[in-house]
Design a protein around this ligand. Structure first.
Ligand code: DGI
Ligand code: FE
Ligand code: FE
Ligand code: FE
Length: 188
């Protein structure tokens, strides 16, 4: 699938604000890929498609996840906000025939992260947080870190996300903790 095809597809599916976010993630991911030596085309395509099923119903998302069980299926026991990530990968595989794991895995793990993330997984995880239309507290600190070191920026994002979830007494998916612990260990 070409990037402009993906862009047209999401324009039909997503509301305007989410479409702008997705284009922002795609462009930011492309820049990060160039800077950190990943495949720019794959980064831009995964970024464009990462939230494609964000507004599908919980029942539809659940059905998509159950149609292709994997190690991510345990997300069904956690927040429904996690479901669109693996479901999106199932959707683009079915709908557009995308089979490349370099596209599918960054989509699957864009919300939670996981341990031993690939370069493209880190790039999409980070681009989702720092693309230009995002404005939550602390985002500029992560944007600055992203200019210097990819792992430092991903770790900072994980720290902020986990802290935010704890402050609202929300559950934290175990793979998010594993991603955090993994990077803390590597920074030593
Ligand atoms: O889809 P987006 O809004 O662009 O962003 P996202 O896919 O990163 O979704 C983030 C949401 O998921 C955010 O509201 C926090 C929520 N969330 C709930 N439980 C967890 C979680 N995020 C992580 N990383 N880990 C969790 O366990
Ligand atoms: Fe998302
Ligand atoms: Fe995110
Ligand atoms: Fe997103």
């Amino acid at each position: 699938m070409k990037i402009d095809e993906a862009q047209r597809a999401i324009k039909d599916i997503l509301p305007e604000k989410r479409y702008v976010h997705s284009v922002g993630v795609s462009e930011t991911a492309g820049k990060l890929a160039k800077k950190y030596g990943a495949d720019e085309r794959k980064a831009r395509l995964a970024g464009m498609l990462h939230d494609i099923v964000k507004y599908f119903s919980d029942d539809e998302l659940k059905a998509m996840i159950l149609s292709k069980p994997g190690t991510w299926s345990d997300c069904l026991e956690y927040s429904d906000k996690l479901w669109h990530a693996p479901a999106g990968a199932v959707y683009v595989e079915k709908t557009y025939g995308i089979a490349d794991l370099d596209i599918l895995n960054p989509m699957i793990y864009h919300t939670t992260g996981r341990k031993q993330m690939t370069l493209l997984e880190k790039i999409i995880f980070l681009a989702d947080y720092i693309e230009p239309s995002r404005d939550f507290p602390g985002v500029d600190e992560v944007r600055e870190a992203a200019k210097r070191n990819l792992d430092t920026a991903v770790l900072l994002e994980l720290q902020k996300t986990i802290t935010h979830l704890l402050s609202k007494q929300q559950s934290v998916y175990p793979k998010t903790f594993e991603a955090y612990n993994d990077l803390v260990r590597e920074q030593k």
